[in-house]
Design a binder for this molecule. Structure first.
Ligand SMILES: Nc1ncnc2c1ncn2[C@@H]1O[C@H](COP(=O)(O)OP(=O)(O)O)[C@@H](O)[C@H]1O
Ligand SMILES: [Mg+2]
Length: 370
């Protein structure tokens, strides 16, 4: 029979597909027991009980340990990392660095991350239009451009410049179209083409800073345009903002919907709630239906289906989302539909006393009974 050490060595070939490290160095191997008759029991700790990639670990462990000489049977069990263990895992990876200090987003009711499996599917277009639609519906809204490699929120919302810094050294978001707040890495670059070569830890630090060091103020919705893909950014957000929710954007084709599904499953893995799917660019070119299939697979609503139309791109390129430029356009209607779906699915804090209406009233006061 192999020794514990040999089994541990073999388990180093089992790689977590999202965290890109082996399960031994990630501290996910909880227990190894060598039984009589050539049986080995291995317990793997997962980040969350319903981990969708459980099978991946099961097969990986069976293969790695089963191929050792003398092993006839491998038994794989699972348990879940404790909150502390998850924390130390993310610290080991240099991520997150723990939850945000209390009060950072104290006045933000909902944080919604817009995610996609790959780039070019309209994630930023959706973020900009949803922000505008939520704002048009009377909600205080901000868009945070966390796609540091492909930032496009400033162009789509028509907002550029360098933010001011408040007396207590917080960044004041820029405002556009009557009060939609926006923050993007673009605001902090010296020239438009300045190359940024973000490495993992820097990206995590940047996201943390955007959440912590920006004076977001009172917001009903903070929308975050995530970089495309899976994995570590999601983990960072799960650490920083355990109550954030995800909206998944996909195009109608099957291939796109498969990659989007992977992004969704990563979120599920970290206990992040999925609000729904947006299918973008449906029509003659890409077909139709991938969004509904994905929504059904994930058992979440299809929030909206946005047609592929020239107007969407033109409006974005001109800096005014189509929902503001042409609210009656079918694409705008679809974005409004999605925004109302989001409103229906998220808590609305009633701020009856938020804005004192006493000061600044003009006109003739009503005659009041003494
Ligand atoms: N429904 C649509 N109809 C037409 N063009 C669209 C639509 N959605 C997005 N686009 C265009 O497709 C390109 C990619 O969209 P973008 O939002 O930048 O994708 P991502 O953020 O996912 O990389 C942009 O030029 C955008 O204007
Ligand atoms: Mg984008």
């Amino acid at each position: 029979m192999p020794t514990r050490e040999q089994i541990t060595e073999a388990l180093k070939s089992v790689i977590d597909p999202e965290l890109h490290h082996d399960i031994v160095s990630l501290g996910m191997v909880r227990d190894i027991e060598i039984q009589d008759g050539g049986r080995v029991d291995v317990v793997v700790s997962l980040t969350t009980p319903g981990c969708p990639i459980r099978n991946h670990f099961q097969n990986g462990v069976m293969e790695a340990v089963g191929s050792l000489e003398g092993v006839r049977d491998v038994n794989v069990g699972f348990d879940v990392l404790s909150q502390d263990e998850k924390q130390s895992l993310s610290q080991r990876l240099g991520r997150g660095g723990g939850p945000l200090p209390a009060g950072s987003l104290a006045q933000v009711t909902n944080v919604i991350c817009v995610a996609s499996g790959k780039g070019g599917v309209g994630k930023s277009t959706a973020t900009a239009n949803l922000a505008a639609a939520l704002f048009a519906e009377g909600r205080a809204t901000a868009a945070l451009d966390a796609d540091v490699w492909g930032y496009s929120i400033p162009r789509m919302l028509g907002v550029h410049g360098r933010p001011m810094v408040s007396a207590d050294r917080k960044i004041i978001p820029l405002e556009t179209h009557g009060g939609i707040k926006a923050v993007s890495i673009e605001f902090f670059l010296d020239s438009e083409d300045q190359a940024i070569t973000w490495r993992g830890p820097m990206l995590h630090k940047a996201i943390r800073q955007f959440l912590e060091d920006v004076e977001w103020g009172q917001l009903d919705y903070l929308l975050i345009d995530l970089p495309p893909g899976t994995g570590d950014v999601t983990m960072t957000l799960a650490q920083l903002l355990p109550h954030s929710k995800f909206v998944i954007v996909t195009t109608p084709q099957e291939a796109a919907q498969k990659v989007a599904r992977r992004a969704a499953e990563t979120a599920v893995r970290y206990d992040i709630e999925l609000l729904g799917v947006i299918e973008n660019m449906y029509g003659e070119v890409f077909g139709e239906g991938g969004g509904q299939v994905l929504a059904d697979e994930l058992d979440i609503p299809l929030l909206g289906k946005i047609p592929l139309t020239e107007g969407v791109r033109r409006a974005s390129d001109a800096g005014t989302p189509i929902v503001l430029e042409d609210p009656d356009n079918p694409a705008s209607q679809a974005f409004f539909h999605a925004a109302r779906g989001i409103i229906a699915a998220t808590p609305q804090e009633i701020r009856m006393l938020a804005t004192p209406v006493v000061a600044g009233i003009t006109g003739t006061p009503l005659p009041m009974a003494p």
